[in-house]
Design a protein around this ligand. Structure first.
Ligand code: IMP
Length: 187
């Protein structure tokens, strides 16, 4: 069965707009890491579609021309946030986040930065692993909800204070495979 189509007005960022911006991000990252090895560190699960498109938008090193492009390696982490109403969010590492990161250039690939707690936790965790550099690329930035300051190096889109789904982002594990970003209508 095809994915349910929401009404057009609930589409916040169309598929073509997403893909255009991701090509721009990939081009910039290709310039910034030209001829270097880069670990793309995807944050599961929300970043998977963005991760896959961004990785392909970064100039690849070709086997017949190893001196050009960016040598990209894929790594993933999975984190869990606990939201308790009166306390700041607690974040826990579920898996990943230790292999092949020491003395490497790491680019964290996130779906969305909201309060900033997840990113703050991940950055602090990575610093204990002695990486060469750590930068952050997020598809979406929702600054209205920020509770802790976090540095972001590459931002796809800044979005208003609304709950969004699609293109990897879920609501109760639904809607991840929509090819665009949609506003979740309040029920
Ligand atoms: P933070 O720790 O508050 O910055 O939240 C990061 C995580 O919250 C993201 O990786 C998402 O999994 C989730 N999240 C925050 N806002 C949204 C949203 O609008 N839609 C879907 N997930 C969201």
């Amino acid at each position: 069965m095809p994915a349910t189509k929401p009404p057009p007005e609930s589409v916040l960022i169309s598929e073509s707009c997403l893909q255009h911006r991701i090509r721009e991000l990939g081009a910039q990252i290709s310039i910034d890491y030209e001829n270097q090895e880069l670990v793309l560190l995807g944050v599961l699960r929300g970043s998977v579609l963005f991760f896959a498109d961004l990785a392909r938008a970064i100039s690849a090193t070709h086997p017949s021309d190893p001196d050009c492009g960016v040598q990209v390696r894929f790594e993933f982490v999975q984190l869990m946030s606990y939201h308790e109403s009166t306390k700041p969010s607690k974040v826990q590492l579920i898996r990943g986040g230790s292999n092949y990161l020491e003395h490497r250039h790491i680019l964290i690939v996130e779906d969305i930065v909201d309060t900033g707690h997840t990113l703050k936790f991940l950055r602090e965790h990575l610093e204990t692993l002695n990486p060469k550099t750590v930068k952050v690329c997020t598809l979406l930035d929702k600054p209205a909800q920020r509770q802790v300051p976090v540095a972001i190096d590459y931002i796809g889109f800044e979005i208003p204070d609304a709950f969004v789904v699609g293109y990897g982002l879920d609501y109760a594990q639904q809607y991840r495979n929509l090819p665009y970003i949609a506003l979740l209508e309040s029920t």
